[in-house]
Design a protein around this ligand. Sequence first.
Ligand code: 5GP
Ligand code: ZN
Length: 113
Amino acid sequence: MNSDCLFCRIVAGELPADEVHREDGILAFKDIHPVADTHVLVIPERHIEDLRHLRLEDAGLWLRLTQVANEVADDLGHEDGYRFYVSVGSAGGQTVPHLHIHVMAGSMRRLPV
Ligand code: 5GP
Ligand code: ZN
């Protein structure tokens, strides 16, 4: 855990979050500033800064993160599809340096830029 990291603190329960799924190693919770009817963040519990820090040995973790994104969209009634995006680094628009997948579905008020 990185105690300076917002999402590590959510994983640790030090900060509140509206959780929609938790399993060994993975947490999904609602984005605090949703820009779609459904806007959930799926994160590894382990602090991984961004996609560039994934290693080959994390392949199973990455696959499972994508499956959880699918399952969360399904569970929230979006079997018809959803937007999946990941920002990488500040130049890629990443504001929280802990890897997260955005799951957005339904009416979208603002597309990511
Ligand atoms: P990024 O800009 O890094 O791709 O996405 C970070 C996301 O985290 C943003 O959509 C932002 O609204 C969300 N966020 C930032 N702080 C918090 C927080 O304390 N709690 C929750 N649930 N979401 C947060
Ligand atoms: Zn972290």
